[in-house]
Design a protein around this ligand. Structure first.
Ligand code: PEP
Ligand code: MN
Length: 353
């Protein structure tokens, strides 16, 4: 259910409705919009008795949300969600297109800094790097763990880049939340519901990658798990799905972009690296993603991909990344967007907070 407040409803009236919802034993999720505030109700098994709520001051109407995902739905919030990063001009969602780039794994301080320097010079606002790697084989490189998180915090201090990195379980979730700016939930964990719920109890942006064979509804339900716990700073990332096609590692499903934008207000990014698995396919698919309306690109970059400990074949060289940024900057205006280039850090970067 959804309580739509009148445009002129006061903060006190909104609070009173939230209190009334809590008294009924449900959870209230006030979602302010440009025109009016809507309050999502979760925790109810069936229909909420709407009469009492409808009678409260400031309430315009109480409506049923028919989709299984509610807080992620455009029915509940019409305007696109924009996730901002305090003290900077970086954002996920909104008019600016975000570029998130970096190696699959942090392998050493030297490796990470060599790549970060190039990425910052090309104008990315976000640096990615795996500290905890969900590898198919237990014998493959598993990541440097906390040392990698510390290296990335140094990269934020030096270049201003905001840090995106994956948490693979509840233990690493707390560490990633402490050290990074965006918590990535990987494709293999997209339906790890206890992890999603725990991420929902944090107040840090979460980026959820699409599961290996997840439908649009399953993808949005993953976001719903996080949001149902009160963390609304969720963005999505298409990274390819499994199909019969064998010319690429995965099939990058760009048609999910307009499909998500139609039904959800959450930012949707695209990862052409995992989506194709091939260096030579990354640039064309990144261009296509922006043309199709993606809110940003997440891409793997390595200065020596032939030596990379993971995902070398799909990692592009720094100069290819710079070229990609130039191309995306040109394509963006065609679809009414602008590539966010270079990060402005307005306040000194805090100690990993
Ligand atoms: C990654 O981003 O390095 C990664 C492991 O991605 P995914 O979860 O999409 O496979
Ligand atoms: Mn990878």
């Amino acid at each position: 259910m959804l309580v739509v407040m009148k445009a002129q409803a006061t903060p006190e009236q909104i609070q009173a409705v939230c209190d009334a919802i809590a008294q009924l034993g449900f959870r209230a999720h006030p979602l302010p919009g440009a025109q009016r505030t809507a309050i999502g109700i979760t925790g109810n098994q069936g229909e909420v008795e709407r009469g009492n709520l409808e009678a409260l001051p400031g309430v315009a109407e109480v409506i049923r949300v028919t989709k299984p995902y509610k807080l992620a739905s455009r029915d509940v919030k019409e305007e696109d969600t924009v996730i901002r990063f305090a003290g900077t001009d970086a954002a996920l969602g909104g008019n600016g297109l975000a570029a998130i780039a970096g190696p699959c794994s942090i392998e050493s301080r030297e490796q990470a800094f060599a790549i970060a320097e190039k990425i910052a010079a090309a104008g990315a606002q976000f640096f990615r790097g795996g500290a905890y790697k969900p590898r198919t084989s237990p014998y493959s490189f598993q990541g440097l763990g906390l040392d990698a998180l510390k290296i990335m915090a140094e990269i934020r201090d030096q270049f201003g880049l905001r840090i995106v990195t994956e948490a693979i379980d509840s233990e690493t979730l707390d560490l990633v939340a402490e050290w990074a700016d965006v918590i990535q939930i990987g494709a293999r964990n997209m339906q790890n519901f206890s992890l999603l719920k725990r991420a929902g109890r944090l107040r840090k942006p979460v980026l959820i990658k699409r599961g290996l064979s997840a439908t649009l509804e399953e993808f949005l339900m993953a976001a719903e798990y996080v949001m149902s716990e009160g963390n609304y700073q969720v963005s999505l990332c298409e990274r390819g799905v499994r199909t019969f096609s064998d010319h690429a590692r995965n099939t990058l499903d760009l048609s999910v972009i307009p499909a998500i934008r139609r039904v959800s207000h959450l930012p949707i990014l695209v990862d052409p690296s995992h989506g194709t698995g091939r260096r030579d396919s990354v640039l064309p698919m990144a261009r296509a993603a922006v043309a199709a309306g993606a809110d940003g690109i997440l891409v793997e970059v390595h200065h020596q991909p032939e030596k990379a400990l993971s995902d070398g074949p799909q990692s592009i060289y720094p100069d290819q990344f710079a070229r990609m940024m130039d191309d995306l900057a040109q394509i963006a205006p065609v679809v009414g967007r602008r590539l966010a280039r270079g990060i402005r850090v307005e306040t000194p970067v805090a100690e990993h907070a």
